[in-house]
Write a protein that binds this ligand. Sequence first.
Ligand code: PNS
Length: 162
Amino acid sequence: MPKVALYAGSFDPITNGHTDLIKRSLVFVDRLVVAVAENVQKQSLFTTEERVAMITASLDADPRVEVRAFHGLLVEFALSLKVQMVIRGLRAVSDFEYEYQMALMNRHLAPTLETVFMVPSLDTTYISSSMVREVAKFGGDITSLVHPVVASALKTKYGSKG
Ligand code: PNS
């Protein structure tokens, strides 16, 4: 049976931290679905279509990776695809509480679905989409934090100096 995992998030926008985890996960899964949440709690900067397009552009075309938007509960999307593993990145202790709670809530909703936490590379650990947005907004250099397509999209959103 091929191992299929779902890597879920808001990806608003995708960062080099996300792409690092995607590449790492492909070492142990046969296929990865990057699941882009449409109904993120916070107001997103980019539309779902923009986020999906930026993820696709940030990844070297790899037949093992599929980018899909989903609406509603993550567990329902995972079960509809017959996926049994959800991957989430853990950057720091501060991520843990929220991630642990979400993993247990997802297990409550779908006991057969496992959450797997992965550690990103040290040089991407400090990167978050929210900080990338903030730095870009005020004209800071984000070129080493995101794919050029994302840097250019942020520049367009905020203007060259924010
Ligand atoms: O990148 P993020 O914002 O940390 O990702 C969080 C996300 C989108 C994976 C999570 O909020 C989610 O799964 N949203 C869909 C609704 C849901 O299933 N929530 C989890 C049960 S509490």
